[in-house]
Design a protein around this ligand. Structure first.
Ligand SMILES: [Zn+2]
Length: 256
């Protein structure tokens, strides 16, 4: 087992308030084991997982530097057991439940986009299921390669994506981002006025069994999700709980 000392975030990644003792309730304060490739790595920090008392976000406060996150996520299927090979064909089949749920929600909300961006598109399963113009962003190289081989327009960074969109989706993505508020603000700038954003995250309030496992960096209650979306400039249209094998929270917002 390797070990690294991580640095504690100085500000909450959901609301930017300082993470001093008054504002952050420490949930776990010993250590946290992660998997980098096939190597278990123990991260040491004084305060590892906290809850922001201002915005209600739970997050891993002891962090790898952002440039090392690609290492943290590099082996692709971080939801599978270490050492198990990445099976992209199987993943494509398994993702149907989420894709159907997303499409159903868009239909019942009367959202039919002209230009859609799927941020954190993984291998592009949602993109392959829609018949409108769609662009993806994915940093993980295995997924990116698979998506490009399936003729999808996918970029490895938001800064490389041209143009604006009237629908942006983040399906099980927000909980993996180093700075979710900063990312949402950057995405807001890529959305047209009146454009929609749709989010799904594991629902902590309904008892998601492992809020900060699966390499999640943040965990959301409905309050935490509403707070961060409002702070990023979105107006809520819909928030609801759904069970997709895992307790899941869906949010639809609009840029006014
Ligand atoms: Zn906060």
């Amino acid at each position: 087992m390797g070990w690294i000392v991580v640095k504690r975030l100085e500000n909450c990644p959901g609301c930017r308030e300082p993470t001093d003792r008054e504002l952050m309730q420490v949930i776990i304060s010993n250590h946290h084991t992660i998997q980098v490739g096939n190597t278990p790595v123990m991260m040491f920090s004084q305060e590892i997982v906290g809850r922001c008392t201002i915005c209600d976000l739970r997050f891993i406060a002891g962090r790898l530097p952002p440039e090392d996150l690609i290492v943290y996520y590099k082996d692709g299927d971080y939801t599978s057991r270490p050492g198990r090979p990445l099976d992209l064909e199987a993943r494509a089949k398994k993702s149907g439940l989420f894709t159907r749920s997303v499409l159903q929600t868009l239909k019942s909300s009367d959202i039919s986009p002209v230009r859609h961006l799927d941020f954190g598109c993984v291998q592009g399963n949602l993109m392959l299921a829609v018949d409108w113009m769609t662009v993806g962003v994915e940093i993980e190289p295995n997924y990116l390669k698979w998506a490009i081989e399936h003729n999808l327009e996918v970029y490895d960074g938001l800064d490389k994506v041209p143009g604006f969109f009237d629908l942006i989706t983040l399906i099980e993505v927000l909980e993996h981002l180093d700075q979710p508020l900063d990312s949402l603000i950057a995405l807001n700038a890529k959305l047209t006025i009146g454009g929609h954003i749709m989010i799904s995250v594991p629902d902590l309030l309904k008892g998601h069994p492992s809020p900060l496992s699966n390499r999640h960096l943040s965990a959301f209650t409905p309050t935490a999700l509403e707070n961060i979306m409002k702070k990023a400039g979105f107006e809520k249209e819909l928030i609801y709980h759904v069970d997709l094998g895992m307790p899941t929270l869906f949010y639809v917002g609009v840029k006014k």
